[in-house]
Design a protein around this ligand. Structure first.
Ligand SMILES: Cc1ncc(C[n+]2csc(CCOP(=O)(O)OP(=O)(O)O)c2C)c(N)n1
Ligand SMILES: [Mg+2]
Length: 896
């Protein structure tokens, strides 16, 4: 028996169908929905047993998910709430429009918030809790470019002044300024989450919801029903980050997570899916992933039509129309809707016969109906066992008339024309003074106004105003000096990598009596690569449901232990997810009032270039923590080849203004840096975070050189210190060798070659951070520039290298541009050796020779440079190059 598609969809026996339907209705009435679901599952099973191919549909009809008879009445004062909303609308529009008239092209958005207003206002009046029993409340991720509406509400609430609004996008010329979008860096008491880079809001919200549970399960935060709300654009959902992690909250049963997608069917240029239906697509996607999906498509004014739709034609018509048509229905008015929509079938045309065209033009979409929105939210917050997504159908440029509503260019429309103002005043029954209307300027009524009183009461009942960013004072005390003593003494005869050294430091920190429980190790499926599997048993891998199986290696000492209160976050192969988790952990001090100290260790190549935008947002968020780029260095990571070998992450790291990066060579450097990082970030509350490269080459971890320890530590932290002075009796010439990370060991070998074979004295310096050296030098120079009448200060790099003789050869496992950062302060003295060019699969010996960063290349570069300066015989230098095994005519690795 094989039916065609038509036979499947056409009803061959309506009587039989009716009997089945009636039986189902009766069970639903008598036994309830769970019984219906049970029976449907059983029937599906039986059908499959009979060889029937059962296609499960991931989508439902294009109507509201919540039936009218299951709705609860709206609990608020609709009229007062409408007044507040209209005021907020006005101020959002006025702010953007005014600013663009004043400063043409300054930008801002009008149409987005107009589509989002009801969705936010219902939240503000009834759902968003600023705090719960003095603890952190709900977290709300606002659609970034709807910020004018959020500012406008804060203005109406009296939290922002008129001056703020008049300084929207004028942050540099007057205070207080208002930043274009949600940026905690720019408005640290207001915004919590930077969301305007599309896609980062959704993934960060997911991992924040997961991290909330982690804090609760580990007993660091009291359990509560606080929620993470994420307001997202339908166009934004096309970003891979928006949907790439949607399986996470299902597996984790995150019923603390609610996505509200503002489905205005448009993005910047035009429709999101002109030829399809974005809402249906999203429903299928989220439904398939296991989310609770609530469609909120049609306002209450449609309810009587649905009730009268006995033929089912109205629903059929709704299913048939595509988004391009729905957009036109809103852009072209009631007569068009009658002709092109209802007019398509006689049954639907009859449904609206008694109505005027004007009435048809005003039919609401679900996202603009407070009652429908309230019911959707209520159901979402009450849903148990998993995340909810609300697909709210809205209109871009809602209520703004012909120049805005559902028009393709609406996203970019920045100014209100006089006719728009007339329309808007009437449409939203705005009671603003004529002067404000004429000049399109902000307006806030007296605080005694009933709508204002109501608004404040609502926020008071919900724990305060939002958004607000309010970090608790620090309680962290960084480990004392003796805590890192063991790392200063070196590894003796044992060969260790800096990765192992860092993991040892991390393990030690996890045992720290006060700090231990706040340390959050995060790994994307590389724990074994970094030698962290030893932590599994001791600290457990966080698993919200505990370990439901006996691991095959249970009898081993270091077995794969998952537990509900596990401390390690093993994310699987998702750098974006791990970075989002790092963000949740690194901002916990601000959002949850708990100083969590995350260490995110990953393959350095899959860091900045993979998740660079998330790192940027982390900086904006004033996040704190340590990014650890493992398997660092283009020649140190042997074998893996071109796509794995990182020779540039330090350069990208240098582009993030508050990221402090280091390329350490030895365990004691790491210990000094990490200890100081905890002090600066958590004890002193500096808004910085750290990036450390970690290598996998095993070598003897040297002890910290003898001498003035404070000075040595200062050098490590500032980016440069003398590691080993040359000891050549009567040298022919002197040179300075700078090495970083693993390549410092090559510089040490080069020192020996130069001394023994060529009688050249080479001092070896460990350059822990060219970026820090450069930043300090730039800062000093700026001061000098601005204070020409005062004695000039000397940058640190110039102080230390200015006091020593000879050319400076700076080698690292990173691009030459990393070392070149200090060139302005060394003039012609600097020669950079680095790993420019695509990587290769081979071992370290061959790789370092290829990229010319091995000891021989460093020695050769030193001699060549000395020769150019007339301090070494040029012919001897050329001979030395051959002796050292370099081929002067071989291809340049930078382009090879
Ligand atoms: C990663 C990224 N790419 C592009 C943009 C530019 N941009 C800002 S808003 C927007 C359109 C947004 O459409 P949608 O998500 O549907 O939001 P709506 O305004 O329609 O509510 C675009 C492309 C951005 N902010 N981030
Ligand atoms: Mg949109």
């Amino acid at each position: 028996m094989h039916q065609t598609a038509t036979e499947r969809t056409v009803d061959l026996d309506p009587r039989e169908t009716t009997e089945w339907m009636e039986a189902l209705d009766q069970i639903a009435d008598v036994a309830g929905p769970d019984r219906v679901t049970f029976l449907l599952d059983k029937l599906t099973e039986r059908a499959r047993e009979n060889g029937v191919e059962v296609l499960s549909r991931a989508t439902t009809d294009y109507i509201n998910t919540i039936p009218v008879d299951q709705e609860v009445p709206y609990p608020g004062d609709r009229e007062l709430e409408r007044e507040i909303k209209s005021l907020v609308r006005w101020n959002a529009m006025a702010m953007v429009s005014h600013q663009n008239k004043l400063d043409d092209g300054i930008g801002g958005h009008i149409a987005t918030y107009s589509s989002l207003a009801t969705l936010l206002e219902v939240g503000f009046n009834h759902f968003f809790r600023a705090s719960i029993d003095g603890q952190a409340g709900d977290m709300v991720y606002f659609q970034g470019h709807a910020s004018p509406g959020v500012y406008a509400r804060a203005f109406v609430e009296g939290r922002l002044t008129e001056q703020h609004l008049l300084n929207f996008r004028h942050e540099l010329r007057d205070t207080p300024g208002l930043s274009s979008y949600p940026h905690p860096w720019l408005m640290k008491d207001f915004w919590q989450f930077p969301t305007v880079s599309m896609g980062l809001g959704p993934i960060n919200a997911i991992y924040n919801a997961r991290f909330m549970r982690y804090l609760e399960h580990r007993g660091l935060l009291p359990e509560s029903d606080r929620k993470v709300w994420a307001f997202l654009g339908d166009g934004e959902m096309d970003e891979p980050e928006s949907t790439g992690a949607i399986r996470i909250p299902v597996g984790e049963k995150l019923d603390n997570l609610i996505f509200v997608i503002n489905c205005n069917l448009q993005r910047l240029d035009g429709p999101v899916r002109g030829n399809g239906k974005v809402i249906q697509e999203l429903e299928g996607l989220f439904h398939g992933a296991g989310w609770n999906v609530i469609k909120c498509l049609w306002g209450s004014d449609w309810d009587p039509l649905f009730a009268a739709d006995t033929s089912g034609r109205l629903v059929q018509l709704m299913n048939e129309c595509v988004d391009g048509e729905y957009q036109s229905f809103k852009a072209k008015g009631g007569a068009y809707v009658r002709r092109e929509f209802f007019g398509r079938y006689p049954e639907t045309a009859a449904l609206v016969e008694h109505m005027t065209d004007e009435q048809l033009g005003t039919f609401h979409r679900g996202g603009h109906d407070p009652s429908k929105v309230y019911n959707a939210y209520k159901r979402a917050v009450e849903h148990k066992g998993g995340p909810t997504v609300i697909l709210a159908k809205t209109v871009k440029g809602y209520g703004l008339g012909d120049n805005f509503e559902a028009r393709n260019p609406t996203h970019q429309n920045k100014k209100l024309k006089p006719e728009d103002v007339v329309h808007v005043r009437e449409r939203f029954k705005l009671t603003i003074p004529d002067e404000c209307a004429t000049n399109v300027t902000p307006f806030c009524p007296e605080q005694s106004n009933p709508a204002m009183v109501y608004m404040h009461e609502r926020r008071k009942a919900l724990g305060g105003y939002m958004p607000v960013r309010n970090p608790a004072p620090s309680k962290t005390v960084a480990p004392a000096d003796d805590y890192i003593e063991e790392f200063r003494t070196g590894s003796g005869d044992r060969a260790l990598s800096t990765t192992m050294a860092c993991v040892a430091m991390l393990t030690k920190l996890m045992k720290h009596p006060q700090l231990g429980k706040y340390i959050v190790p995060i790994v994307p499926d590389e724990a074994r690569t970094f030698g962290m599997d030893g932590m599994f048993r001791a600290y457990g891998i966080y698993a919200s449901g505990g370990q439901l199986y006996k691991p095959h290696d249970a009898d081993m000492f270091l077995y794969y232990k998952e537990s509900k209160d596990g401390q390690i976050l093993e994310e699987g192969i998702t750098e974006a997810g791990s970075m989002a988790e790092f963000t949740a952990a690194g901002t916990a001090y601000a959002n949850y009032g708990i100083d969590m100290i995350p260490f995110y260790i990953y393959y350095s190549m899959f860091g900045f270039q993979r998740v660079g935008d998330q790192v940027w947002a982390f900086g904006d968020s004033r996040g704190k923590g340590f990014l650890l780029g493992g398997t660092a260095g283009r020649t140190t990571l042997s074998g893996e080849g071109l796509q794995h070998q990182d020779g540039h992450s330090l350069l990208t790291a240098s582009t993030v203004p508050n990221l402090v990066s280091y390329d350490p060579a030895f365990a004691f450097e790491i210990a000094v840096i990490v200890r100081d990082g905890i002090r600066r970030m958590f004890e002193n509350r500096e808004d910085i975070f750290y990036y450390l490269t970690l290598y996998n080459e095993n070598y003897r971890q040297e002890p910290e050189p003898e001498g003035d320890r404070a000075k040595m530590d200062e050098g490590i932290l500032k980016g440069l210190y003398l590691f080993r002075k040359a000891s050549v009796a009567k040298p022919k010439a002197t040179v300075q060798l700078l090495g970083s990370g693993s390549i410092l060991t090559e510089a040490i070998k080069a020192q020996q070659i130069l001394a023994e074979k060529y009688s050249v004295a080479a001092d070896v310096w460990s350059a822990t951070s060219y970026t820090e050296l450069r930043r300090e030098a730039l800062k000093t120079e700026r001061w000098n520039m601005l204070h020409p009448a005062e004695t000039a200060k000397v940058p640190y790099v110039q102080q230390v290298l200015g006091a020593v003789e000879g050319p400076v050869i700076a080698a690292s496992d990173y691009m030459k541009a990393v070392q070149d950062q200090i060139a302005p302060w060394l003039g012609a003295r600097l020669t950079s050796l680095g790993t420019d060019g695509f990587g290769r699969s081979d071992n370290r010996t061959y790789l370092r020779s290829h990229f010319e960063v091995n000891a021989a290349s460093i020695a050769a570069a030193a001699l060549s440079r000395l020769a150019r300066e007339g301090k070494f015989d040029a012919k001897k230098a050329a001979k030395a190059i051959a002796e050292l095994g370099l081929d002067p005519e071989r291809a340049d690795p930078a382009t090879a």
